[in-house]
Ligand binder design. Sequence first.
Ligand code: ATR
Length: 289
Amino acid sequence: MEISGKTRVCGIIGDPVEHSLSPAMHNAAFQELNLDFVYVVFRVRKDELREAIVGAKSLAIRGLNVTMPHKNAVMKYLDEIESTARAIGAVNTILNDKGRLIGYDTDGIGALKALEENGISLNGKKLLLLGAGGAGKAIAFHGAQEVEELKILNRTTQKAKDLAEVLRKKFGKKIDGNSLSAKTMKKELEDTDILVNATSVGMHPKDDQSLVDASWLRPDLCVMDIVYNPIETKLAKDAKSVGAKVVSGVEMLVYQGAASFEIWTDHPAPVKVMRQAILRKLSELGVHH
Ligand code: ATR
């Protein structure tokens, strides 16, 4: 990679952020398309967020990804926020458009795109979403626009109910929230088409955990897990073994990155190269299937 006098800078702000997979993914993509761009990591502490954003503007940084703990707090420093990102209350991508900072959320878009690109259409389907945290909320907002029916189950029941109410009012569809119990999951799974785990259950080092009992899974179910460490979670393994279609968390990571890449560069993202870069990095970090 050659840095010129015109190289445009993108990056990620967060704390901690040094283990992010995004530099590998975006730099591979810039290189693939011969774009004079570079992607770097900026560790920004909570109390320095405002200065970082003001600085990014004066340094004419082209784009930023935003991760923990800044996804919500960053919103007040931006000039404009895309409507779904505003509704979700989180921004994970910033575009610097000639000095105007615009905030987007590409997590929900990434999750839906990951499903679609793997042959799973949400149109007319029933989606069962486990989790109403940051990622769950983003998936729910985007998913609710496509599906026929949405069920949200969350350990903290009230969060699922509140989210469902907001979405029901907004989209006027069959959307409900409930507790995340064996009983509710088993019942809902009986007529669900697509199951998405948007909780952190199953993430390393608790690789052997899954919220879903293997006996509740069916061959005609589509399953996506947002957890990508391990690449194949227990839920994904169980779903595969009954013959269900499975989409890994790596796909969501790739497609949220692809959406950010397209916002910054106006070029179609080289998704295959981005996926390879992620898988290479995960393998370097000792993350396996
Ligand atoms: P993210 O941004 O990754 O979604 P988050 O906002 O902290 O992270 O959300 C984590 C999600 O995983 C939440 O839905 C959380 O449930 P609560 O809202 O009840 O906290 C869920 N979660 C985490 N550990 C869990 C567990 N052991 N069992 C069930 N759900 C769990």
